[in-house]
Design a protein around this ligand. Structure first.
Ligand code: NAD
Length: 250
């Protein structure tokens, strides 16, 4: 198999668990040095160990993406240690369920701080590095809710992911002339920890309404993120790619 990421340096936020973890493992298997940034220390260390056991190169960095200083340290530290930052995957995200009535100031602040500010901080700091390299791949993890709004109870979350889609386009325009692309993915219904609030009946109901008749997997998401982060995707810029089995199309 062709290895698409030989000696590429990739930072993936929120890669201790879920779809970010799978993406980190896949990228490392194809030759990348992967820097995993997360607040779940134990799972992060486990993921790093799994990658290293499979002969991959990985490093864990504790980083709360809502904290600007920690994000700066993550990115500048990676550049100092490995010499470049080729790929940034803004995958860390939180979902605190809540209808309009249930959404407190705290839920709004937390959601926006992690899901929006975390992405803005990381891109702002990585941009000069990628511009100087004349190369970069940025992939943001948005959501179906960012396009279509939410149809149940994640009022603040949907708004945060809509912002990610908009900023993806802005970055694509500003950094495209410098050899840097910026794209996003819009997943739906991947049964990671984030989706703990869906019971079995809900999962079955949703799966029965998805044209391919199944929920998404972490591997599905990792395949798309790796593609968008690869050289093969050099002419895709500013897109937010639906990945939902045909549940929502635009
Ligand atoms: N699972 C789905 O169906 C789905 C659908 C649409 C979008 N998404 C998005 O996919 C991304 C990955 O989520 P997942 O489903 O793999 O969930 P997950 O909960 O398994 O993974 C999220 C990871 O982000 C980390 N994280 C949370 N807050 C952080 C912070 N402040 N700083 C650094 N790391 C932090 C967590 O520790 C965890 O490792 C998220 O942005 C989420 O919004 C998921």
């Amino acid at each position: 198999m062709e290895k698409r990421f030989v000696d590429k340096v990739a930072i993936i936020t929120g890669a201790a668990k879920g779809m970010g973890k799978q993406t980190a493992e896949d990228m490392a298997a194809e030759g990348a040095v992967v820097v995993i940034a997360d607040v779940s220390r134990k799972e992060m260390e486990e993921t790093v160990r799994r990658i290293q056991k499979a002969s991959g190169r990985a490093k864990g960095v504790f980083c709360d993406v809502a904290d600007r200083a920690q994000v700066d340290q993550l990115i500048l530290g990676t550049k100092a240690e490995f010499g470049r930052v080729d790929i940034l995957i803004n995958n860390a995200g939180i979902l605190i369920p809540g209808s309009i009535e249930e959404t407190s100031d705290e839920i709004i602040d937390k959601t926006i701080n992690v899901n929006v500010k975390g992405v803005l901080y990381a891109i702002r700091t990585v941009a000069p590095i990628m511009k100087a390299q004349k190369y970069g791949r940025i992939v943001n993890v948005a959501s179906i809710t960012g396009k279509n709004g939410d149809n149940t109870t994640v009022f603040a979350y949907g708004a945060s992911k809509g912002a990610v889609i908009s900023l993806t386009r802005s970055v694509a325009r500003q950094l495209g002339p410098h050899g840097v692309t910026c794209n996003a993915i819009a997943p739906h219904a991947v049964m990671t920890d984030l989706m703990h609030y869906w019971d079995q009946a809900k999962k079955d109901d949703i799966a029965s309404r998805i044209p391919v008749r199944r929920l998404g997997t972490e591997a599905d998401m990792a395949h798309l993120m790796c593609f968008l982060a690869s050289d093969q995707a050099g002419y895709i810029n500013g897109e937010t790619v639906n990945i939902n089995g045909g549940y929502y199309m635009d």
